[in-house]
Design a protein around this ligand. Structure first.
Ligand code: PMP
Length: 352
């Protein structure tokens, strides 16, 4: 840290993203990317747009809004885009958290929430998940806080039923409830439609997972018009051209080719079920994941041991050192071939 850094960042501990190795070829199951390429239409549109990069992108993102509304049946005034959904989460912290509105979230959830709280100097209310990593909705009823819920949760993959989310929404009418649906396409129910019923609901989504555009960086939020206007004011104040031309075009292509997205999700779900079955047979204990990853521990081996033995064998998974989950690993679902390789390696490791 230089002597010039503002003291407001003294206690900031930056988020540590999963490794993106360059030196060695791994079967990469550590950052929940899609194993499939983006839709050919997304690639074609992005390529066609490249020569136009001399000009700024459309700050209104009109075409992208229309394409998203066509898929999700919502209105352009109710949606907004960002440079990846991490960026949107930051907007949510900036807009809806302050002295009177601390941020509430689970102890085991997406690690960026606590980092964004620190970055925005927002107080946090952290509610421990139950022993089995399920969320106790009663922790979140009638609390005077802005609530952040990843559904399905990360890194556990456990989904919260819509009715439970509605309970949180209806008991906190004066607070914004942010539902982060990064992994919703892999088997959980979206609450996007509920944005018409609850003015305090903000649903955040991403093109990084099911739509195979992690590297393009495209996120969105859907909510009441007034909430969206608030975020737009911040977006225009920070970076009105926050979605670049090629990403905008790729996003339109991905949405127009929604069939491709659905087919890929079905394959991932099938591969997840295969992986869970095979891992259980090897003695692993797994959460009921509805995401594009599994979360597993083995009663006889530490999480660190499994992680490092897999790494030696050329398979990269995600290990977290937090006390409660250090025995676990989060393993992204890849192609069936990737998963067969994973199972083969896990068999060798657990049978040695
Ligand atoms: N939410 C959750 C729960 C995530 O796991 C991730 C991926 N790390 C994100 C949001 C952010 O994804 P992106 O910025 O690529 O849209």
């Amino acid at each position: 840290m230089s002597r010039f850094l503002s003291s407001k960042y003294d206690s900031l501990v930056p988020y540590v993203p999963g490794e993106q190795p360059r030196d060695r070829k791994f079967i990469k199951l550590n950052t929940n990317e899609s194993p499939f390429p983006p839709s050919p239409l997304a690639v074609e549109y992005a390529q066609n747009e490249a020569p136009n990069c001399r000009l700024y992108s459309d700050p209104e993102l009109t075409e992208l809004k229309k394409a998203l509304c066509d898929v999700y049946g919502t209105k352009p005034e109710r949606v907004i885009f960002s440079n990846g959904s991490d960026d949107m989460l930051n907007y949510a912290f900036m807009c809806f958290c302050d002295e009177e509105h601390p941020a509430a979230f689970a102890d085991i959830t997406y690690g960026l929430y606590s980092v964004l709280a620190a970055l925005n100097r927002v107080r946090t209310l952290v509610f421990p998940l139950r022993e089995d990593f399920t969320l106790d909705v009663s922790d979140y009823t009638n609390i005077n806080a802005t609530i952040f819920i990843a559904n399905p949760n990360a890194p556990t993959g456990i989904a919260l039923p819509v009715i439970e989310i509605e309970r949180i929404l209806s008991t906190n009418p004066d607070n914004v409830v942010v539902v982060d649906e990064a992994y919703v396409d892999f088997g959980a129910a979206s609450v996007m439609k509920l944005t018409e019923k609850y003015e305090n609901l903000l649903v955040i989504g991403t093109f990084s997972k099911s739509r195979s555009l992690a590297g393009a960086r495209l996120g969105y939020a859907c909510g009441n018009e007034e909430l969206i206007k608030d975020i737009d004011a911040i977006r225009y104040s920070l970076n009105p051209y926050n979605v670049n031309r090629m990403t905008l075009a790729a996003g339109v292509g991905a949405l127009e080719d929604d069939e491709y997205n659905r087919k890929n999700c079905a394959v991932i779900i099938e591969n997840r079920e295969y992986t869970m079955r095979e891992m259980k047979a090897l003695g692993f204990e797994l959460t009921d994941s509805k995401a594009n990853f599994v979360f597993a521990r083995h009663p006889r081996f530490s999480g660190e041991y499994i992680y490092s033995r897999l790494r030696e064998k050329g398979i990269l998974v995600r290990h977290f050192s937090d006390e409660r989950i250090r025995d676990h690993n989060r393993i992204t679902i890849g192609t069936l071939e990737d998963m067969k390789e994973l199972i083969k390696s896990l068999k060798e490791i657990t049978e040695e």
